[in-house]
Design a protein around this ligand. Structure first.
Ligand SMILES: Nc1ncnc2c1ncn2[C@@H]1O[C@H](COP(=O)(O)OP(=O)(O)OP(=O)(O)O)[C@@H](O)[C@H]1O
Ligand SMILES: [Mg+2]
Length: 506
C-alpha cells in the first residue's frame, strides 16, 4: 500500500452495475475525475467476479436487470465476507412501487436514487461514501503501522534479552571452577571455558573438528570414546568417570564427566553441554579413609581378643562373689559389642576393596532363620518385644551360611532397635527359583525419601542420641545379598513400621 500525498485525494474504486451500456457510460461520465477509478459490470455475475478481486468504496446498482435482478445481487454481495460492508446505492426508474423500495432497505441498502439521476445529487452521495472509505483505509493503515512498530520493538527487546541471557551463561561458565564446554549435535566442540583451557592446555582458538576426548588419558580414550559416541548417536545423557591429562604437570586426574543434549521443543538435538568435575582429591580421601579403617580395625581386633579371653578365664574361676560375677558378665557383653563393631568396620573395608569372599554350601534358610531368631528372643523379651517366626518348610539353597546369618542378624537388630516393644515377624518362603527372608517390625518406619539412602555406607536417618549405630548394618547386608546375586527390598512409611525382604536366587 502506497500512501497518497497529503495534498491530492487518493483515488478510490467505484463499481457501476447496469445491463445497459448507455446508462453505464452516463454514470461514468458524471463521476469522471481524479478522485475515482470507475469500473463497470453489465451483469450480476460479472459484478460478483469483480467483488472477489478487490474492494470498492461504493457500488451503484441498477435494480432492474435480466437474469439476476439488483436485489438478488445485493443479497449475494451482503452474504460475502469481503463485500459485506460495502455500501450500495440502488438505481431505479421513477415510479417504482414502494414494496420494492422496502425490499431494498431490508437488504441493508443505504441509498436509493431514481432515474433519471440528478448528477449533483449522485456526485454528492458518492463523495460521502468515498470519503468514508478513505478514512477507513487511513485508520487501517495507521493501525497496521502501529502493529509493525510494536512488533519491531518487541523484536529488539527479545534480541536484547537473548544477548543478555547468552552473556550471563557465558560469564557463569567462565567463572565455574570446573571444565565446561559445548558441542554441536555431532559432538564437535563449539566452546570451552577458561578452566578447561587452563587445565587441558588445549587452545581455545580453533575448535573446528575437535573433541573433548583429546584431553582424556590415552589409556582410557578408547573406552570413553566408545561411550561418548554411543551417547551422541542415541541422544542419551553421558556420565562416566575418566581421567583427564593436566597440561601443567602432565598429571592424570580422575574426573566425573557429564554431558547432556540440548534439544528444540520438538526434540531435535541442537548440541551438547558438557562438564568435568575434578574428583581426584575426593577419591584419594576416600581411599585413605578405607585404608585407615582397614588398618585400625585389624589393630583393634588383636588386643580386644586378648581382653575377651582374659575376662572369660577370670569368669570361669570358681568362687567369685555374685557382684563380681555380674560385673564380669557385663564386661564380656561389652567386649562382644565392641567385637561386632570392629567386625562391621572390617567388613566395610573388605567390601570397598572388593575382598568380600563367599564360602558357599547347601543349607536350609528356614533353619538359619530359626537359629538367629532364637538368639534374639531372650534379648527382645527383656524390652517387651515378641519375635514370631513363620518358616513352615525347609528352603534349601547354596549360599554362604555365616554371611547370611550376618544379614539376618543385622535386619533383626534393626527391627529390635527401631521397633522396640512392638511384635517382630520373621518369615522364610521359597519357590522354584528364589528364597525370601522377610523381617517385619511395627516401629518408627522410614520416610519414602530416605529409603534409598539407608543402604549407603554410614548413612543414618535417625538421631545419634536416640538410637546408637554407625549406619553400616544395611550397607553390609545389601552388599552380601548382592554378592549372592540377590536383592534387598523395603516397604515402609514413617510411623508404620518396616518390612525388609531379602530375595536370594536358589
Ligand atoms: N527397621 C527399621 N526401622 C526404621 N528405620 C530403620 C530400620 N532399619 C534401618 N533403619 C534406618 O536406616 C539407617 C541405616 O541402618 P543401618 O542398619 O545401616 O545402620 P544403624 O542400625 O543405624 O547402625 P549399625 O547397623 O551400623 O549399628 C538406620 O540408622 C535407620 O535410620
Ligand atoms: Mg543396623
Amino acid at each position: 500500500m502506497s500512501q497518497a500525498p497529503n495534498n491530492s485525494v487518493e483515488p478510490v474504486d467505484i463499481l457501476l452495475i447496469d445491463d445497459r451500456t448507455e446508462d453505464l457510460l452516463a454514470l461514468a461520465h458524471v463521476l469522471a475525475g481524479p478522485e475515482y477509478r470507475v469500473q463497470m459490470a453489465r451483469s450480476g455475475a460479472e459484478a460478483l467476479k469483480r467483488l472477489l478481486e478487490q474492494d470498492f468504496a461504493v457500488i451503484l446498482l441498477d435494480v432492474f436487470m435480466p437474469v439476476m435482478d439488483g436485489f438478488e445481487l445485493a443479497s449475494l454481495i451482503k452474504q460475502r465476507e469481503r463485500s459485506q460492508q460495502t455500501p450500495i446505492i440502488f438505481l431505479t426508474a421513477a415510479g417504482s412501487d414502494l414494496s420494492q423500495i422496502y425490499r431494498g432497505y431490508s437488504l441493508g441498502a443505504v441509498e436509493y436514487l431514481n432515474k433519471p439521476i440528478d448528477p449533483d445529487v449522485l456526485r454528492a452521495k458518492v463523495r460521502i461514501f468515498a470519503d468514508l472509505f478513505r478514512k477507513d483505509r487511513r485508520l487501517e493503515r495507521q493501525a497496521e503501522a502501529l502493529r509493525q512498530s510494536e512488533r519491531r520493538e518487541r523484536e529488539v527487546l527479545l534480541t536484547e534479552l537473548r544477548h543478555n541471557a547468552e552473556r550471563r551463561y557465558l560469564h557463569l561458565a567462565e567463572a565455574m571452577p570446573l571444565s565446561v564446554w559445548t558441542a554441536d549435535a555431532r559432538g564437535n566442540l563449539t566452546y570451552t571455558n577458561r578452566y578447561w583451557n587452563q587445565y587441558t592446555g588445549l587452545t581455545a582458538g580453533d575448535l573446528r573438528g575437535r573433541s573433548w576426548l583429546d584431553a582424556v588419558d590415552p589409556a582410557e580414550r578408547e573406552a570413553c570414546g566408545e561411550a561418548w559416541r554411543e551417547a551422541v548417536a542415541t541422544g542419551q545423557p553421558y556420565e562416566r568417570q575418566c581421567r583427564l591429562l593436566r597440561a601443567g604437570d602432565g598429571a592424570s586426574r580422575w574426573h566425573l564427566s557429564r554431558a547432556v543434549p540440548e534439544r528444540t521443543e520438538s526434540g531435535q538435538i541442537l548440541g551438547w553441554v558438557g562438564t568435568h568435575a575434578d574428583i581426584e582429591d575426593a577419591k584419594r580421601a576416600i581411599l585413605a579413609r578405607d585404608e585407615f579403617l582397614s588398618i585400625a580395625s585389624h589393630e583393634l581386633r588383636t588386643p580386644l581378643t586378648a581382653l575377651k579371653l582374659r575376662l572369660q578365664s577370670v569368669l570361669h574361676a570358681r568362687d567369685l562373689p555374685d557382684k563380681a560375677q555380674h560385673r564380669l558378665d557385663s564386661a564380656v557383653t561389652q567386649t562382644e559389642r565392641l567385637e561386632r563393631l570392629i567386625e562391621n568396620l572390617l567388613d566395610v573395608s573388605r567390601i570397598t576393596t572388593g575382598h568380600l569372599d563367599l564360602e558357599s554350601e547347601v543349607f536350609d534358610l528356614s533353619e538359619l532363620a530359626q537359629d538367629v531368631t532364637e538368639r534374639f528372643r531372650e534379648q527382645a523379651a527383656r524390652g517387651g518385644t515378641s519375635v514370631e517366626l513363620a518358616a513352615p518348610e525347609p528352603v534349601l539353597g547354596r549360599w554362604d551360611r555365616l554371611r547370611l546369618e550376618q544379614v539376618a542378624t543385622n535386619l533383626l537388630s534393626n527391627a529390635l532397635k527401631f521397633g522396640e516393644g512392638h511384635p517382630i515377624e520373621v518369615a522364610v518362603q521359597g519357590d522354584s527359583s528364589h528364597a525370601t527372608l522377610t523381617v517385619a517390625d511395627r516401629g518408627i518406619g522410614i520416610a519414602p525419601e530416605n529409603v534409598d539412602r539407608i543402604f549407603h555406607q554410614f548413612e543414618r536417618v535417625v538421631g545419634h542420641r536416640t538410637y546408637g549405630g554407625l549406619g553400616m548394618g544395611l550397607y553390609i547386608a545389601q552388599q552380601i545379598v548382592q554378592a549372592h546375586g540377590g536383592s534387598v527390598r523395603v516397604e515402609s512409611s514413617s510411623g508404620q513400621g518396616s518390612r525388609f525382604h531379602v530375595i536370594l536366587p536358589r
